[in-house]
Design a protein around this ligand. Structure first.
Ligand code: MLC
Ligand code: AMP
Length: 579
């Protein structure tokens, strides 16, 4: 059966893994699925896809799906690739209006859903939207929607060749193996959760354990489980048995531990070796650790020690150095590995596996297969290794190229053309990331001990070129998209959406509003805003802080200087101490 699948590199890799080894585990129920059954399940589901489509050629068609983080999600994703179609994972918590936009904009042929999301799927399908033109596209791949600076979210088309290049690059840099067991707590409609934490582990024969939605207590319990002392002995076995969580000896925390015992009883006792998340998750784990029952807290520290947790990665947003230090201390020496990526390119820059190559504040070097350069956004001049500007280090926009880069923004040739710049060496175009960085030699790092790619000056991200892109808890948010929704409300005359610094979220979304005259007397409270936006925008896009003002200062061109405004309006909401 599996032989009828196309010879995608991912399928070839999976067919060579030990069929008895575990591919996917549902953390809380303990259900597990072996590599040996995966491709037959994929082939069966692919055939069901053909049936649903009413034809056996759906190459290049977009197949949207609403499936919880589970083995079914993995099989669905691979079945779509097997049909040489474009997998379009949707986020279940999005309101129907946002999902309907994605469905219509992508011109999806099918919307697949698990039993759990059947009502949601019906709701989405019954939300009206104008029908677009016919599509004409070929080949397998994945499409992820990402917020842009100017308009509604764009569909990033990642052909199978780009996905495969991304996986191979990560395998070579981070050395995923069949012995790795990855705890997966991220959403599955982003590059971080899909490529780094599903496709690459599948390529490598690693085990993926789903524990979603993210819950700090459950993560700590899972980490701790293999290392809890039972009957006075340390339990570090790897056979997946379900030893109960030890309660404390009658002290005040035993009730919590007992509750946890029931809820978490089915969890596996195999140690987690691989964890990749956004900085907010580490912040949350650090702040909840002190509240754990003492034995669990101790076992959890053992679990994240480098002897047990092979690699803990942070990315999708800047990792604050205090968080990195606190994790190192808590884990007795596990130094978080920071890397930099983007939906359009997968992972681009990374620190190395060698601890010397995990330098505070740096995102390392271009990953294998990725070419990177810095270009001055004003002069368009290449920033060379030794460029200096008035005695200061010279920064520039990160531009990237290589087989891992996406093909195009779906049905948006203007945006695609705008974000690429032709190279002058005839070796192809560069993708303009919009992120500003500098390069600096670090005496103790970059000696190729993490691989040939990890050599020379290291990259340090300084921030984004545009103040209109906000990163909150690793989610990218477009200020203009929120402004547009705010301005469509009857109460709102003017709106500016800003990134407000936050210890907990990295940045949080802030809105400055001028009300229409008719609404000024009544006022507008954060609750009113939430209610008005709830059905229009995903939850994390709804501003967390709101200021109603008499006027928003603008320059002669009518533009708002957001960097100044955020200090003037939200100074009291800056929170470096939320962790
Ligand atoms: C949740 N909320 C957020 C939020 N996530 N608000 C702002 N920003 C976010 N990211 C809201 C919830 O809707 C809720 O609102 C309230 O905050 C508290 O919710 P919570 O339950 O405490 O939050 P939680 O669901 O635990 O989510 C936190 C999180 C999640 C950090 C686990 O945001 C997350 O998984 N982030 C990762 C996203 C990701 O995968 N990014 C990678 C993109 S790819 P209310 O109103 O209901 O109280 C990429 C490229 C690369 O960036 O380099 O990897
Ligand atoms: P997304 O568009 O959601 O894929 O997010 C990509 C963006 O996240 C990048 O353009 C960066 O701005 C940001 N990002 C990712 N990793 C890092 C990192 N390690 N440090 C700082 N910013 C990051």
């Amino acid at each position: 059966m599996a032989s009828t699948l196309p010879r995608l590199p991912l399928f070839e890799a999976i067919s060579k893994h030990d069929p008895d080894s575990t591919a996917v585990v549902h953390c809380l129920s303990g259900r597990s699925f072996k590599y040996g059954g995966l491709l037959p399940d994929v082939a069966r589901t692919r055939d069901r896809l053909y049936e649903a489509a009413g034809k056996s050629d759906i190459r290049g068609e977009r197949i949207a799906f609403l499936v919880e983080n589970s083995y079914d999600y993995v099989v669905t994703l691979l079945a779509i690739l097997a049909a040489r179609a474009i997998a379009l994972p949707l986020s279940p918590p999005f309101p129907p209006a946002e999902l309907q936009y994605i469905l219509s904009h992508s011109e999806a042929l099918l919307l697949l859903h698990s039993a759990k999301y059947s009502t949601k799927a019906q709701e989405v399908l019954s939300t009206p939207f104008p029908s677009p033109d016919d599509a004409d596209f070929e080949g397998a791949g994945m499409m992820l929607y990402t917020s842009g600076t100017t308009n509604r979210p764009k569909g990033v088309l990642l052909p199978e060749s780009a996905l495969t290049a991304q996986c191979r690059s990560l395998i070579s840099a981070w050395n995923y193996t069949p012995r790795d067991r990855l705890l997966h707590v991220l959403p599955l409609h982003h590059i971080h959760g899909t490529v780094n934490a599903v496709l690459t582990p599948l390529f490598s024969g690693s085990t993926i354990e789903f524990l979603f939605p993210f819950n700090a207590d459950a993560v700590w319990r899972r980490f701790a489980k293999p290392f809890l002392q039972t009957n006075g002995s340390t339990n570090g076995n790897r056979n997946g048995s379900t030893n109960g969580i030890t309660t404390t000896n009658g002290d005040s925390t035993s009730a919590t531990a007992a509750d946890g015992e029931a809820k978490y009883a089915q969890m596996s006792s195999a140690p987690i070796t691989f964890f990749t998340v956004v900085p907010t998750v580490y912040t949350r784990l650090l702040s909840t650790h002190p509240g754990l029952p003492a034995p669990t807290a101790m076992a959890a520290r053992t679990a994240i020690n480098p002897a047990n947790m092979r690699v803990s990665i942070s990315g999708s947003a800047a990792l604050p150095t205090p968080v990195k230090r606190a994790w190192r201390e808590l884990s007795h020496g596990n130094v978080l590995l920071e890397r930099y990526g983007m939906t359009e390119v997968g992972m681009a820059l990374s620190c190395g596996l060698d601890y010397q190559d995990r330098v505070d504040g740096s995102v390392g070097w271009p990953l294998p297969g990725v070419e990177a350069r810095l270009v001055d956004p004003e002069t368009k001049q290449l920033v060379t290794e030794d460029s200096v500007e008035g005695g200061r280090e010279h920064s520039g926009e990160i531009q990237l190229r290589g087989a891992s880069v996406f093909r195009e923004y779906w049905r948006n040739p203007e945006a695609t053309a705008k974000e690429f710049v032709e190279g002058d060496d005839g070796k192809g175009r560069w993708f303009k990331t919009g992120d500003i960085a500098l390069r600096r030699p670090v005496a103790t790092a970059g000696k190729a001990s993490s691989g040939d790619w990890a050599q020379g000056s290291m990259y340090f991200i300084l921030g984004r070129q545009s103040a209109d892109i906000i990163k909150s808890g690793g989610e990218k948010v477009s200020a203009l998209e929120i402004e547009r929704e705010l301005l469509s409300l009857p109460e709102v005359a003017e709106a500016a959406v800003l990134a407000v610094p936050s210890g907990k979220w990295g940045q949080k979304v802030g809105a400055v509003i001028v009300l229409h005259d008719g609404y000024k007397a009544k006022g507008w409270k954060p609750m009113d805003m939430r209610r008005a936006l709830r059905d229009r925008l995903a939850n994390y896009k709804i501003p967390q802080v709101l200021r109603v003002v008499e006027s928003i200062p603008r320059n002669a061109m009518g533009k708002v200087n957001k960097k100044t405004l955020v200090g003037a309006v939200f100074k009291d909401d800056f929170s470096g101490d939320e962790m």
